[in-house]
Design a protein. Sequence first.
Length: 116
Amino acid sequence: MSPILNEIGTTFIPVRDIEKARDWYCELLGVKADGEILFGHLYILPMKGTGIVLDSKIYSKDAVFNVPAFHFNTEDINEAYQFMKSKNVDLLTEIEHNQWFTFKDPDENMLMVCEC
């Protein structure tokens, strides 16, 4: 038996400006940006399931995600795509296989939305 659990606790996303990143992600996810910025460089996004921590201390151009490390879920991929377009998010793909699309955050991290 392993003492390491088969579950993911959180994902760290490298960001340049913790306050701007907090505001962008909270608006994107429709959550309040009222949590505390910890130690001047960490913001824990209020998530259901696996957590996301924005971290400005680990940011560098080499640290950004060049491929999606995870995906955000949606129940309607078309609605999610149109929402992202309306927010002028940097969309990298159209909806692929009627299932997913990729985009970049303001810090150039590649992310994905996938219909569950």
